[in-house]
Design a protein around this ligand. Structure first.
Ligand code: G6P
Length: 476
């Protein structure tokens, strides 16, 4: 195999023009980007992403590319804005993301209609454009296609390059077969067939992989071998595998030592004073269950008056997908809930909840060093990297309260306090238990968490996929 090709909607690097008119590179901060930045050097990597800025479009049109400091050659897929909006907001984020995370309030939503069909055509067109860009890459590289935005790329790429080695990885959960039936039949079928164009389908946990297999079982023409976790369709065999992603520890720990992060750490330590610090760090995202997190904290304060004034809840939330109405409404709800708790429980000397809504990764890294309890309670989450970053960065043997519906629970659950994210009373009890945990127990668990995260590197995540791909039997 030669080189390696990654495809994802959001690229690791984006270009903009600076005041003097030069193209400058902006490095993305997502988990996948930092994970792969450490393992791509020396692999002759190419990364294909959607053009998101004018600078990206210029690069796609052939402008000279300044060194972006990222170890892959960037190629961009350019899509007209309206089409991109339908593909990204309507289909990927409002339909597929909702399905895979069980986000609908099914009494009222979703309602699929002609507009859905139109948006779906745009999703198909963007997936086809990605496949065409990938098909132009010379040589015989393994293609690593990422996430729900690009579910149809494996099939389209297979049509263009029948012998290609293709893997698709879902960073999200995968909806259970009954829930997936909410989608219009045509869309559900196209999704499953699209993914099955790959040789290897990767998921974060066994549960999501199993969900996929059960859905595939209902497809006409597909043969599913549950025991060996394989699907045969059109005479081709597709492996369904579990590759839990991880975080890049050396990079994170380096970042924690920068002067900027040290300064922020001192500031947060000042806000906390001698109180215990309960922390959450999330995108302002429907799946993260931020409102129930506040309700659990309130329930804890109500049941444990002795803790009032002795703990601060810091919620660091970065804005996300703010063009989607459900996200705008949720942002308002989260803020209103925090304000209400502050009004009802706070006094002159104590603000129970501090919320910060901004993109500030250094601030998050600083805060993760300082928590006594980290609350990670998503309703459903493919993995959740914050649950891993926390234990690597924390200096106080902080405890982790973790949703059993986060992929990370599979590995970290034995050292965390597991909660049902819908059960606010259980979450309140877990917050108390975490705050009152005897020091030897805290230390034992914190060390177990850090050890587990360190044992699973992004290099291993990538290497296992490449190994499985290299063993795929090819036609002819
Ligand atoms: C999740 C998805 C990623 C996505 C990220 C941020 O982690 O799995 O594919 O990039 O959220 O979302 P955004 O819509 O900002 O790219």
């Amino acid at each position: 195999m030669s080189g390696i090709v990654v495809a994802s909607n959001r690229g690791p690097v984006s270009f903009d023009r600076d005041e003097r008119g030069g193209l400058v590179a902006q490095r993305g901060a997502g988990g996948l980007v930092t994970a792969l930045a450490g393992v791509l050097p020396g692999r002759d990597a190419t990364w294909v992403a959607a053009a998101m800025t004018d600078g990206d479009r210029e690069v796609a049109a052939g402008a000279a590319v300044p060194d972006a400091g990222f170890p892959a050659e960037m190629r961009y897929v350019v899509v007209p804005p309206d089409r991109y909006d339908a593909y990204y907001n309507e289909v990927a984020n409002r339909t597929l993301w909702f399905a895979h995370h069980y986000l609908w309030d099914t009494v009222r939503s979703p309602v699929f209609d002609r507009a859905t069909e139109q948006a779906w055509e745009d999703y198909v067109a963007v997936n086809r454009a990605f496949a065409e860009e990938l098909a132009e890459i010379p040589g015989d590289p393994p293609f690593l296609v990422q996430d729900y935005h690009l579910s149809l790329v494996p099939r389209f790429l297979r049509e263009l390059r029948p012998g290609a080695r293709i893997a698709h990885f879902s960073h999200t959960p995968f909806a259970g077969s009954t829930y997936l039936r909410i989608l219009p039949a045509r869309i559900r079928d196209a999704l499953l067939r699209g993914l099955l164009g790959a040789d290897v389908l990767g998921f974060q946990t066994g549960t999501w992989a199993e969900n996929f297999l059960f859905s595939a079982r209902a497809m006409p023409g597909a043969r599913v071998d549950l025991a060996r976790s394989r699907v045969t369709l059109d005479g081709r065999e597709v492996l369904v595998r579990v590759y839990p992603i991880s975080v890049e520890a050396p990079h994170l720990r380096q970042l924690a030592q920068t002067p900027e992060v040290r300064k922020l750490r001192r500031e947060i330590a000042r806000i906390r004073g001698d109180r215990a610090l309960l922390l959450r760090v999330d995108r302002l995202e429907l799946t993260k269950n931020i409102v129930r997190g506040f309700l659990a904290y309130e329930s804890f304060l109500r049941a444990n008056p002795g803790w009032r004034g002795r703990v601060t809840f810091l919620a660091l939330l970065s804005p996300s997908r703010s063009e989607i109405p459900e996200y705008q409404a949720y942002t308002d709800e989260c803020l209103a809930e925090a304000e209400r708790i502050n009004r009802e429980y706070g006094d002159h000397g104590w603000t129970p909840v501090h919320v910060s809504v901004r993109e500030d990764y250094p601030e998050a890294v600083a805060a993760l060093g300082l928590y006594d309890v980290l609350l990670v309670n998503p309703v459903f989450d493919g993995m959740n990297l914050v649950a891993m970053e926390g234990p690597l960065l924390n200096r106080r043997h902080g405890a982790l309260v973790l949703s059993r519906n986060a992929g990370a629970f599979g590995r970290l659950g034995r050292y965390a306090l597991g909660v049902n994210p819908f059960d606010v009373a259980e979450t309140a009890d877990a917050i108390r238990e975490a705050l009152e945990m005897p020091p030897p127990e805290r230390t034992r668990r914190a060390r177990g968490l850090a050890r587990t995260v360190l044992a699973n590197t992004p290099a291993r995540w990538l290497g296992r996929q490449l190994d499985d791909l290299s063993r795929v039997k090819r036609p002819g």
